[in-house]
Design a protein around this ligand. Structure first.
Ligand code: DC
Length: 221
């Protein structure tokens, strides 16, 4: 269980699309008894809100308005996880004022005891630079595309592996190339490559890394 400590325990889990970071972050939160926030869902919900209002996710004014008025619970996971929402989310995420508008929402979660696990792209670098432990999860694009393709197939969505791979490469480029809060590991992040790892092995590796960091910092969880 998490912490009889006075300050919230914060774990940052960053990485590209379908690297396994969401699954790992959710499991880490359950393991340590912490809150969990999928920050990508905030960008996805912002993008969907713009599109439902008939706007263009790349339009700064519309996207900022949607981010400022965001109700994170408005959409179901199913609505948030479509390829269209993924593509539109990476467009709103490239707008600096959208990122600023979503910062408070993310930091509120980390200010409450016992703490939280957040997953995203810039958690260790921008949202929670003082996180107690930071992981950066990677995997080969082909492996990530296979995983995403299976997810889509599981939901009965008809999209080819090649389309998913192209989509992942396009989003990687946009997420890594943007000027503000690009997808890069924090200097003090621990890298974990899940290309060859199943869920259990990846979880164990993540846990080992975090336990090591917390021990080094004299921080109990
Ligand atoms: O993790 P995801 O696929 O649900 O993220 C959706 C989009 O939002 C993705 O293009 C990257 C962006 N994102 C971001 O820029 N910063 C975050 N902290 C989380 C997601």
């Amino acid at each position: 269980m998490a912490a009889a400590t006075a300050t919230p325990l914060v774990i940052a889990v960053d990485g590209p699309a379908a690297s396994g970071k969401g699954t790992l972050a959710r499991r880490l939160a359950a393991h340590y008894g912490l809150a969990y926030l999928d920050t990508g869902s905030l960008y996805r919900a912002t993008a969907l809100a713009v599109m439902l209002a008939g706007g263009d996710p790349a339009d700064e004014a519309a996207a900022v308005h949607a981010a400022q008025a965001l109700d994170p619970a408005r959409f179901t996971d199913e609505q948030l996880r479509t390829p269209g929402a993924s593509e539109a989310a990476s467009k709103v995420a490239a707008i600096p004022a959208v990122r600023t508008a979503l910062l408070d929402l993310q930091r509120t979660v980390t200010s409450k005891l016992p703490g939280a696990v957040l997953d995203g792209r810039d958690i260790g670098t921008v949202v929670c630079p003082d996180a107690d432990a930071k992981l950066f999860i990677t995997a080969a694009p082909e492996t990530r595309a296979q995983r995403r393709h299976l997810e889509h197939a599981g939901r009965g969505e008809d999209i080819s592996y090649e389309e998913v791979l192209a989509d992942i490469r396009r989003r990687d480029e946009r997420d890594s190339g943007r000027a503000v809060a690009p997808l890069v590991p924090a200097a003090d992040a621990h890298l974990l490559d899940t290309t060859e790892l199943g869920i259990e092995a990846a979880f164990q590796a993540a846990l080992d890394l975090i336990e090591g960091v917390l021990r080094e910092r004299g921080r109990s969880a």
